[in-house]
Design a protein. Structure first.
Length: 161
């Protein structure tokens, strides 16, 4: 992996993703691999929807993921960028609460007030190691290679940002 030239949320931010093959743990046989997860269009779209819900229903702190995330994918990975927080899980029969809220960082990202690294680097898919790639804003995540229009989408959420 190349040396970090910057930091984001106190973790290394590498200029480019470094693809490496995984190995096998000699003790347990588990695949040892580092994953690069891109901040995808679906993730950005769900974040914008969550932002809109928080504006429309200001007396609610958390919203269930099914209320704003219809795509399949890595929505929960947004927590690694610090853009969302999950409500504590009080039901021992469930893996998670499924309830999320947008953070101040998530709001800034949606409102085009900050950029973030394009990739999060994870070990085994859930342990945060750092970040990689170019700086991206929400518009780039929504518009690059797809039909979404940031101005149109935001116009449907709030009248004035």
């Amino acid at each position: 992996m190349n040396l970090a030239s910057r930091y984001y949320n106190h973790l290394p931010w590498h200029p480019e993703p470094s693809r490496r093959e995984g190995g096998t743990c000699e003790a347990c046989g588990r695949l040892l691999k580092v994953y690069y997860r891109k901040l995808s269009t679906a993730m950005a779209l769900a974040l914008v929807r969550l932002f809109g819900m928080a504006i429309d229903v200001p007396n609610r702190s958390y919203f269930h993921v099914r209320e704003f995330y219809r795509e399949r994918g890595d929505f929960a990975k947004l927590k690694f960028w610090g853009m969302i927080e999950e409500a504590p899980n009080e039901d021992e029969t469930k893996k998670s609460s499924g309830l999320w809220r947008i953070t101040e960082e998530g709001t800034k990202f949606v409102c085009m007030e900050m950029k973030v690294p394009q990739y999060v680097i994870l070990k085994w898919g859930s342990e945060l190691l750092g970040f990689a790639g170019a700086e991206v804003d929400v518009r780039q995540c929504l518009e690059f290679g797809n039909k979404f229009n940031y101005a149109e989408l935001m116009g449907s959420v709030v009248k004035e940002v």
